[in-house]
Write a protein that binds this ligand. Structure first.
Ligand SMILES: [Fe+2]
Length: 155
């Protein structure tokens, strides 16, 4: 049975595509940060290990909310790395990075994610899907906070 929540059916595809892309960036960034959590070394080991844990766990929780919004809109959520890598703009890293390289990567990743979400939020204004717009706006806040946290390690 088709969903009937006051949204234009022709907007649904646009909405779902946006959320799928944000979900995929969220999952890929979570995996990347978890790798940093495991592999970080150096004098700031403990702090960065903990900070990275806080971030990948928050992104995991956010991924769940995003995926379930897609389901509430009546569509299928991406659920495999084949799909996530196709839809994500997060660049994976190959090999071990220094703490500074990790921090620089994460600043860039949070910022590019923010830029992409901001475009989505702008393009979805006319859909009246306030729930999805609010959810995506919340992602802007969190990535902004996380970018600030990692940036604070640069002197
Ligand atoms: Fe751990």
């Amino acid at each position: 049975m088709a969903i009937s929540i006051g949204l234009n059916p022709s907007d649904l595809k646009k909405l779902v595509q946006s959320i799928r892309e944000v979900l995929s960036d969220t999952v890929m960034l979570s995996v990347k940060i978890r790798g940093f959590h495991w592999n970080v070394v150096g004098k700031d080991f403990w702090e960065l290990h903990e900070l990275f844990e806080l971030q990948y766990k928050a992104l995991n929780d956010a991924a769940d909310v995003l995926a379930e919004r897609i389901r509430a809109l009546g569509e299928k959520s991406p659920g495999s790395f084949i799909e996530f890598t196709r839809l994500s703009q997060i660049k994976e890293v190959d090999g071990l990075l220094s703490p500074n390289q990790m921090i620089e990567q994460l600043i860039k990743d949070h910022e590019s994610t923010i830029q992409r979400i901001r475009e989505h939020v702008k393009n979805l204004q006319e859909t009246n899907d306030f729930e999805s717009i609010d959810m995506l706006t919340g992602r802007l806040y969190e990535h902004g906070k996380f970018a600030w946290m990692v940036r604070s390690y640069l002197s």
